[in-house]
Write a protein that binds this ligand. Structure first.
Ligand SMILES: Nc1ncnc2c1ncn2[C@@H]1O[C@H](COP(=O)(O)OP(=O)(O)O)[C@@H](O)[C@H]1O
Ligand SMILES: [Mg+2]
Length: 153
């Protein structure tokens, strides 16, 4: 399994890392599911903002916590989920979760670990974590499941 690790020391760096990852993924023609996990306040939404910008989305990506999903048009369509408030997996059926997975778009899911049983097999997993020994603003960003050709300079 292809695992890449990035280190960030500021919001801006996390934004830029996410931007770069999105730049590589937008060339894909198949539906792509990107899972984004990590504790509250670790920077998932900061990452989502950079990710959206990298897809050529002009609007600011805001947290969709209360409506679970928000969709954006860019060079590539983005469906941004935040499933933090889901208490039962059946709530996903109500919003037609499966349909989003078959769209020619990128699906980015904050808190994907809460809906693990509903996720497809082929996903890109991104985990953000802190390490206070390396500073308050330090974040480790682990990316699993991207192909080498998905990373562009
Ligand atoms: N290296 C970093 N990367 C991302 N966010 C950072 C970083 N350092 C500090 N922060 C701060 O951490 C917070 C992350 O918030 P947010 O993205 O909403 O987290 P989450 O969506 O994971 O709950 C923001 O206040 C941001 O300014
Ligand atoms: Mg968030």
């Amino acid at each position: 399994m292809n695992i890449k690790i990035f280190e960030s020391f500021s919001d801006k760096e996390t934004f830029d890392i996410a931007f770069k990852i999105a730049t590589g993924l937008k060339e894909r023609t198949d539906a792509t599911v990107v899972c984004l996990d990590g504790d509250l306040g670790v920077g998932k939404t900061v990452f989502a903002k950079g990710f959206g910008a990298g897809l050529g989305i002009k609007k600011d990506i805001v947290s969709p916590t209360f409506n679970i999903v928000k969709s954006y048009e860019g060079e590539k369509r983005l469906h941004h989920f935040d499933v933090y408030r889901i208490t039962d997996i059946s709530e996903l059926d109500e919003i037609g979760f499966e349909e989003f997975l078959y769209d020619d778009a990128i699906v980015l899911i904050e808190w994907s670990k809460l809906i693990e049983e509903a996720l497809p097999e082929n996903i890109i997993k991104i985990v953000i974590s802190k390490n206070l020994e390396k500073g308050f603003d330090y974040r480790k960003i682990t990316v699993e499941g991207m192909k080498d050709e998905d990373f562009r300079d």
